[in-house]
Design a protein around this ligand. Structure first.
Ligand SMILES: *Cc1c(COP(=O)(O)O)cnc(C)c1O
Length: 230
């Protein structure tokens, strides 16, 4: 049941916050609804969830039209520059900014629509070939760029940690993300970065919270395994 799963996740978020002396209000649960039908999103909505994560432009557009307008849609997947225009006035944040080219495309479309787009810079924290995101050493340069780009609000950093059996294995990566974020914020010229951290998924969100996540993106635990064959 979606309702029970959401209750579990909320209880676990409270536990992880208690473990690390953090306020529950500082962690936003994003229910990742990619591939899942509108009816399931409505069930989660009925439980008070207002933040949903999607990774495909087309899916955001069609779900956006069918669902209540107080939903905060988070774009969490790889985004092509030519598709930014379709979602710029529909999503509350883009978590997957991984190049200057994409940053500038978002800026251009944001200015056209007269909006400020909140973004996260995606870090390939496990240094995996299969993953999108910047190398650790490239992050500061794009941060600097983002801070001087109009139409952009830099919320912070995002990562998709490696797929592991034991979530403890990812603690090192979440800690590294926190360190990178703190290092960046120490620089006075970076006082306009919000210092948010979008990290942690179904398997490892509790560890991510203990290490400083402010947004966790939980999909399969809430909605069940995804079927990509349909
Ligand atoms: C699918 C996805 C998630 C959710 O993954 P689960 O393991 O199902 O919780 C989180 N973040 C991103 C970027 C995703 O693509």
């Amino acid at each position: 049941m979606i309702k029970d799963n959401i209750n579990d996740v909320r209880n676990n978020i409270e536990k992880a916050c208690a473990n690390s002396n953090r306020n529950t209000e500082d962690v936003t649960l994003i229910a990742v609804s990619k591939t899942k039908p509108v009816s399931m999103i409505e069930e989660a909505y009925a439980e008070g969830i207002r933040d949903f994560g999607e990774n495909k432009v087309q899916e955001i557009i069609s779900k956006y039209d069918l669902l209540p307008k107080d939903i905060n849609w988070h774009m969490i997947g790889h985004l092509q520059t030519n598709k930014v225009k379709y979602i710029i006035d529909k999503v509350c944040a883009i978590h997957s900014v991984d190049s200057e080219k994409l940053l500038l495309a978002i800026s251009k479309e944001a200015q056209k629509k007269n909006v400020i787009m909140p973004i996260f810079i995606e870090v390939n924290i496990g240094d995996e070939d299969s993953k999108f995101g910047l190398q650790y050493s490239e992050v500061k340069e794009l941060v600097d760029k983002a801070l001087e780009t109009p139409g952009i609000e830099l919320k912070g950093l995002m990562c998709v940690a490696p797929y592991v059996d034991d979530p403890e294995e990812n603690r090192q990566y979440f800690a590294l993300m926190k360190k990178l974020s703190v290092d960046i914020m120490k620089d006075k010229s970076h006082n306009r970065i919000d210092g948010e951290l979008s990290m942690g998924m179904s398997g490892d969100y509790m560890i991510a919270i203990e290490e400083g996540a402010t947004y966790v993106r939980v999909g399969s635990y809430i909605f069940g395994e995804r079927d990509y064959s349909i």
